[in-house]
Design a protein around this ligand. Structure first.
Ligand SMILES: Cc1ncc(COP(=O)(O)O)c(C=O)c1O
Length: 446
């Protein structure tokens, strides 16, 4: 039998002899039947080493908001590369990018740059501790804040280690973590404002910050229930904690003002990654001047050889100008495309008797595959997600989609980009029809 992914398989076998585990980010191993290798991308299309074309909804894990290889960004990067990519010094470009962020984001009075959002999270938490003189940080189950020790506390514990409803575990998914790091966190369940109030009360006066994904995209796709972000803001104001919005995924996807403007709140600090650099390693911490005081005074160390390098700045400036140029049209067009895709997939799932339930605002959504007998209706928390999601069945459907040329994220998330057009959504739905029919015939629970 011919192997559709023979060249990717060959490269993956070769990679394992040099690259530890064969991939450079652990999550990429999730791709079935083999992590794919690509030659190039254009717009919302990706092309693999076996000659297959994909309509891409993985879109660089959300970073490629502008599509693959946009000509304007390529030109901006090439022009800068000729002038030099790195000076470890100042340039007018860094002020230009910072000034754009100030114009776009309500809470961005001051800015600092890093190379990844993981680093920015560490900067934000250090700053919050120094700002308040407190030790603890409150975060939510299922929220992902980068892969470092501090970013993954209590992220996705197995069901037998969840802890009680009132005291979620601080379990970290990685071995090798400094054990004491876990003690610096309080974990709460997402989308339960009253539970959050009780959690804060329990540690009143000891919590430096509450960090959260405004729309939870790293576990399903869960918008905040009414009152959730308002409760975080109210508690932070009441107790002198910093409100830290991790907009690594939502930033610029939800418009120039990010999810904070879309949802109507102003955090003290915001973490930006992914779309700010359009695929280049670029990230930023932005926030109120008062929250930045300890960096301004030099009491908090924030550094990095490659911070604010002109190559990434040139790319970021181009990205931000694209978003600014769209004005009020963004994100409405992406929402419309995503909602059309969600509606098409929902209707298709019903016809093929597949328990697939797309959920989210459209410009990003998650296609939950429900376990037999699981309740339908919105999934609102990590525990609800873990109880209802039929992961093996989704993996099978995703592979059927992939083999038809439609690429979603391994764990069920779909990102729309600015490069997806109506015709791409139509074509994706036509291809999905074939994939759904195949899945319905072939799927057999273990
Ligand atoms: C919400 C959130 N925060 C932080 C990060 C870490 O970003 P990076 O992988 O660029 O370090 C991610 C990455 O997916 C994320 O989704």
């Amino acid at each position: 039998m011919s192997d559709r992914f023979a060249n990717s398989r060959r490269l993956f076998e070769r990679a394992q002899r040099s690259i530890a585990g064969g991939v450079n980010s652990g999550i990429r191993k999730m791709e079935q039947p083999v992590p794919l290798y690509f030659t190039h991308g254009q717009g919302c299309r990706l092309f693999d080493v076996d000659g297959h074309e994909y309509i891409d909804f993985q879109i660089g894990q959300g970073a490629i908001l502008y599509g693959h290889a946009p000509a304007g960004q390529a030109a901006a990067i090439a022009a800068q590369a000729k002038l030099g990519v790195h000076w470890a010094a100042q340039s007018e470009l860094e002020i230009e990018v910072a000034e754009r962020l100030q114009r776009m984001i309500p809470g961005a009075e001051r800015v600092r740059f890093n190379n990844s959002a993981t680093e920015v999270v560490l900067s934000a938490l250090r700053l919050a501790r120094a700002h308040t003189g407190r030790r603890l940080v409150l975060k939510f189950e299922g929220h992902y804040h980068g892969w470092a020790d501090e970013g993954l506390v209590g992220f996705a514990p197995p069901a037998d280690k969840w802890g009680t409803e009132e005291e979620p575990t601080r379990l970290h998914p990685s071995k090798g973590v400094i054990p004491e790091v876990l003690d610096q966190f309080v974990v709460a369940r997402w989308n339960d404002p009253e539970h959050l109030r009780r959690r804060v009360e329990q540690y009143r006066g000891q919590i430096a910050a509450i960090i959260f994904e405004p729309v939870l995209c790293n576990t399903g796709c869960m918008e905040p229930v009414p009152g959730m972000v308002q409760t975080i803001r109210e508690l932070c104001d009441r107790d002198g904690m910093l409100m830290i919005a991790d907009e690594t995924i939502t930033g610029f996807r939800f418009g120039a003002g990010c999810a904070q403007k879309f949802l109507g709140f102003v955090p003290d600090l915001t973490i930006l990654g992914k779309a700010i650099g359009g695929g280049l390693p670029f990230a930023a911490l932005v926030g109120k001047e008062s929250a930045f005081q300890k960096i301004i005074s030099g009491e908090v160390v924030h550094a990095g050889t490659l911070n604010g390098n002109p190559l990434c700045l040139a790319a970021a400036k181009w990205c931000l100008d694209e978003v600014l140029a769209l004005g009020d049209r963004h994100p409405a067009t992406m929402v419309a495309h995503g909602q059309r895709l969600m509606a098409g997939l929902t209707e298709m799932a019903r016809r093929h008797n597949i328990p697939l339930q797309p959920q989210g605002p459209g410009l990003v959504f998650h296609a939950a595959m429900l376990k037999p007998g699981a309740a339908t209706g919105p999934i609102r928390s990590y525990r609800d997600y873990a109880r209802r999601q039929d992961a093996p069945r989704w993996v099978h459907l995703r592979r059927c989609l992939l083999e038809q040329g439609v690429r979603a994220i391994e764990r069920g998330l779909w990102f729309i980009s600015l490069a997806h057009r109506d015709a791409d959504i139509t074509e994706a739905l036509q291809k999905a029809e074939v994939a759904f029919a195949r899945h319905a015939t072939e799927w057999q629970p273990a």
